[in-house]
Design a protein around this ligand. Sequence first.
Ligand SMILES: *[C@@H]1O[C@H](CO)[C@@H](O)[C@H](O)[C@H]1NC(C)=O
Length: 372
Amino acid sequence: MVASSSSKRPPPCLLLLILAVSFLGYSSARPHHMAGDTVAIDVEATMMERFQRWKAEYGRSYATADEERRRFGLYARNVRYIEATNAAAGLAYELGETAYTDLTNDEFVAMYTAPPLRSSDGDDEVAAMAFITTRAGPVDERTEVYFNESAGAPASVDWRASGAVTDVKNQGRCGSCWAFSTVAVVEGIQKIKTGKLVSLSEQELVDCDDLDSGCDGGVSYRALQWITTNGGITTRDDYPYTGLAGAACDRSKLAHHAAAIAGFRRVATRSEASLANAVAGQPVAVSIEAGGDNFQHYVKGVYDGPCGTRLNHGVTVVGYGEEAAGGDKYWIVKNSWGKRWGDEGYIKMKKDVAGKPEGLCGIAIRPSFPIM
Ligand SMILES: *[C@@H]1O[C@H](CO)[C@@H](O)[C@H](O)[C@H]1NC(C)=O
């Protein structure tokens, strides 16, 4: 991690700034092929060329030669892991190079997910939910639950095809995933109900939603509660995303309502059938465990783990489907790590995994959606 003068986590843009200090050492230090070189040196040279190409593609540079060497080592290790994993038989998904190929998995998890909620927050059993303490003081977490396991939902749904999904956004180094999934579901229901697709403000939630914790994490259903109580949320243009923690709420924007909701529902926990029926109606916010190496390097196909249920990341289910002819069923999940991660910013996550009512990576534990 890069040291920061602030005692809390370094703000995301500060890190990018430090990384952006240009470094010129390596291109001339690259090993050249000469008679007598061993194969190992050729492999290293090839890897270094790949690293240089990757750096150029992702606009990455490092402040010091030491840092560059360390990042090259991590990149090489990750590339070997990606290639070995893809070569292993039987995976329904593929790994590849993304913007995160020079990070350890611990760094990746620390930078791009949020710490899981305390267990007393009642992720597991809706019935156990009661009052929890937030920045705004104690709030009542009990709410009406959407339980619907009826048959008859369409075999596939993709809200992108109906124009109800904005472009994939990028949270940067701020644990604001919850704000992105909340905004995405409000954008979705607004398009479905009014025909207008308007990009809404994550930063308003990061700065002003005192039921949640800004860059230190939050939960979509609380953010939906906050939007309900506030009377609405403004546009991304009006209150742009900075990804910076700790900014004061711009209260002059609080009454700019580009979208308003009447409330929200939590989907019955551990019911993928209820989740599917909810998604047939509109995009739904969910929490997942987004952790291990395979999640970090995912680029396409139906992801089926490894992952647990330590919910640390908020994302949006914008549809579901099935690979051709009796293949894997999957959820279509919009992430907030930019278009350079995953499948243009999306991941297909395996749906209806036998013996896993909580869903893959806990996707069916904590879904919610707004009412408009
Ligand atoms: C329950 O799910 C079925 C199948 O998708 C749907 O037809 C019905 O409208 C749903 N009911 C509610 C209350 O959402």
